[in-house]
Design a protein around this ligand. Structure first.
Ligand code: HEM
Length: 350
């Protein structure tokens, strides 16, 4: 035994020493082969984008001033005066877009492959909460840049808070002792990240407990898992490097805009594209349409495991749920394109 240890190279000896202290080999538990596919790495990549947002967000917080009088100028200074400030902001912006897209694709993968079915219904509901938190991160981040688009987003937020009556107290400019912008900042950099870590921890523990759901496309019985999880992590690391490269290129080639300082009482912007599907709904129904449409989507997501309960996972044999879901996705995408083409409308100003 001693002879074997002596013959092992320095890399192996370092790994053994680390394993003895940190239990690294526990990460080599077997997972199914399909876990290494990109479709099954979308949850991991969502987490990677969150971690990238955390690192860049900590750096941005060294320059940002969360008061209405100074917030806009502090973002301008970051872009024009701080070394690599524009790049940092661009990276954070594109990582946020990536997270929105990756969480959406992960949700769709889980839905289409029927991976939310027994015994994973609880984890689907935890996932819906994470999707809601992703939306809150995105919305609060949009307000922080404090240009015209940001102020108009906040004004909509206040209106919706009023529609909620007493339940919407947190969104009232009269609640608390600091401006709502400051409270949204606290939510964005402290409350939401802390809750997100806790909830994502539960999500991952449940994935570990249940194991990866079987592939819906396999004929015959599911083979025993044989791939070490550590190899899945290594592949995820590869995908993560590609993501970092992509975000770097986008941050340099397509830096996010920063409009002029906000003016109250006018409505001249449209929301960013992930929220744009709500814009025509607001045109047709009014501000309350934003509340009802968002609630409808989240309630529909929450009841998915109760509607689609049978053991069948293949999407083509679950058309009764897959077709309506596809129609909703197409409608949301259609509304985004339609809203991008329609002129700006004032809904709440004036
Ligand atoms: C917001 C950030 C999220 C993160 C960081 C995350 C992370 C993960 C990871 C790492 C996995 C295992 C690998 C994979 O299947 O890709 C996973 C699986 C899962 N996720 Fe998420 N997830 C998030 C959001 C969601 C959402 C929005 C839903 C659904 C509404 C969801 C439902 C599930 C389910 C049911 C599984 C088990 C899938 C299976 O066994 O095949 N997750 N998640």
């Amino acid at each position: 035994m001693a002879a074997v240890a002596a013959r092992a190279g320095p890399g192996r000896r370092i790994l053994d020493a680390l394993d003895e202290r940190l239990g690294l080999r526990a990460l080599s538990y077997p997972v199914p082969e399909h876990a290494n596919k990109l479709a099954y790495s979308l949850g991991g990549l969502s987490l990677v984008s969150f971690l990238l947002l955390l690192v860049t967000g900590i750096l941005l917080a060294q320059f940002y001033e969360p008061m209405p009088e100074t917030a806009h100028a502090s973002v301008r200074r970051l872009i024009t005066d701080v070394t690599l400030g524009g790049y940092l902001r661009g990276f954070h912006y594109w990582a946020a877009m990536a997270m929105v897209v990756l969480v959406g694709l992960h949700l769709l993968r889980v839905f289409v492959s029927g991976a939310f079915k027994r015994p994973r219904e609880g984890n689907w509901i935890v996932g819906v909460v994470l999707a809601g938190m992703t939306a809150l991160f995105f919305f609060s981040g949009t307000v922080l840049k404090w240009d015209q688009e940001a102020l108009e987003a906040l004004e909509h937020n206040i209106e919706i808070g009023e529609l909620l009556g007493r339940l919407g107290f947190w969104f009232s400019p009269r609640f608390g002792g600091v401006p709502l912008l400051h409270r949204l900042y606290t939510a964005h950099i402290a409350i939401l990240p802390a809750l997100f870590f806790l909830i994502v921890g539960v999500h991952l523990l449940l994935v570990k407990r249940h194991g990866m759901a079987p592939s819906p496309f396999r004929h015959g019985p599911e083979p025993e898992p044989t791939e070490p999880f550590s190899r899945h992590l290594a592949r995820l690391g590869g995908f993560a490097l590609i993501l970092v490269g992509l975000l770097t290129a986008l941050a340099v080639l397509a830096p996010p805009g920063h409009g002029p300082a906000p003016v109250e009482g006018i409505e001249v912007t449209k929301p960013p594209w992930p929220l744009l599907w709500l814009y025509p709904i607001e045109n047709w129904v009014g501000v309350s349409g934003i509340l009802w449409a968002t609630l409808a989507i989240f309630v529909a997501l929450l009841i998915v495991p109760f509607l689609d309960r049978g053991p069948e996972r293949h999407p083509l044999r679950r058309l009764a749920v897959v077709v309506p879901a596809a129609l909703v996705v197409l409608a949301v995408l259609g509304l985004i394109v339609y809203a991008a083409l329609t002129p700006v409308t004032a809904h709440i100003a004036g």
